[in-house]
Design a protein around this ligand. Structure first.
Ligand code: SF4
Length: 292
């Protein structure tokens, strides 16, 4: 599956025509759903629609969305235009949403998502994305809330620090340069219909880091992240060790124990005084159910 969205075909060294073709390609989509609440990171609790894209360049040991890259849902992948996706969002969500989250997989494999983000912005819809920070796309500049979620050692993945440094630097510069830009965004959004929605104003052009924590080795990795990027808000979140069980009550109990453990560890650590500690909200409510 990942071959279909391999961003290795899109680098700054490729001929422009290749990049243009990639930007115009249909978007591989696995799920469009909502409105629901965002369950993770800086936008936790935010009412949002989700667009889940197919394909990931990682294969984390505890991935809770492995169907996006392991081939098990390849028959469910639809290749949609930005307009198709917008129409589906409106068909499902009607007037009940003002925010769309792009999730995966790794949405940052897809240069063609730029067209969707442009379309959503033109409709006054705020956007968020979560990506592990392994690939850069120009459209990241235009996302209201970017969550970079580098993967800790328990995932089995290795962080490319050079790439992550570059992405953090670009987004940090965007945030500083974007104060006037975000003001423009807010005025578009508020004039459209959302003057009551202060969260768009608060988070416009924001960037955060999120690390999923399973054990002390992961916590040490999170400290490394925090020391390397002290200017970026860091969210620590409990991981879900059982992504296959359908027993929601059992998962919730296990996750709350893990949350308590993580809180205790962070409270004892003076190097983590500025972090925020979160549970994985949607898993507490819905367990491993998809499309909620
Ligand atoms: S980066 Fe995310 S979607 Fe990709 S394998 Fe890891 S957890 Fe799964």
């Amino acid at each position: 599956m990942s071959n279909t969205v391999n961003a290795n075909t899109v680098t700054t060294h490729q001929p422009t025509i290749t990049l243009d073709r990639a930007k115009a390609a249909p978007i591989p989509v696995l799920e469009v759903f909502g409105p629901t609440v965002q369950g993770e990171g800086m936008v936790i609790g935010r009412k949002t629609m989700f667009v889940r894209t197919a394909g990931c360049d990682y294969h984390c040991s505890w991935c809770d969305s492995a169907f996006t890259w392991d081939g098990s849902a390849k028959d469910q992948i639809r290749r949609l235009s930005a307009t198709d996706i917008w129409q589906e969002l409106k068909s499902i969500g009607g007037e009940r949403f003002s925010h769309v989250t792009l999730s995966g997989g790794n949405p940052a494999l897809l240069p063609q998502l730029g067209a969707l983000i442009t379309l959503l912005r033109s409709q006054g819809i705020a956007t968020a994305v979560e990506t592990q920070g392994s690939r850069w796309q120009e459209w990241l500049y235009d996302i209201d809330e970017v969550t970079l979620s580098p993967k800790p050692p328990s995932s089995g993945m290795t962080t490319n620090w050079e790439v992550l440094d570059d992405i953090v630097t670009r987004l940090t510069n965007r945030k500083m340069a974007g104060e006037s830009k975000s003001t423009t965004n807010v005025s578009i959004t508020t004039s459209a219909k959302k003057s009551e929605d202060e969260s768009v104003r608060l988070y416009a052009g924001a960037c955060s880091l999120k690390v999923v924590i399973f054990d002390d080795t992961d916590l040490a990795y999170a400290r490394t992240i925090h020391e390397r990027y002290p200017h970026i808000p860091l969210f620590l979140q409990t991981g879900n060790p059982d992504v296959n069980t359908e027993n929601t009550g059992q998962i919730a109990e296990s996750l709350l124990h893990r949350y308590e453990w993580l809180i205790d560890r962070v409270m004892d650590d003076s190097r983590l005084n500025d972090v925020r500690v979160l549970p994985q909200l949607h898993t507490l409510v819905w367990g491993n159910k998809r499309g909620v």
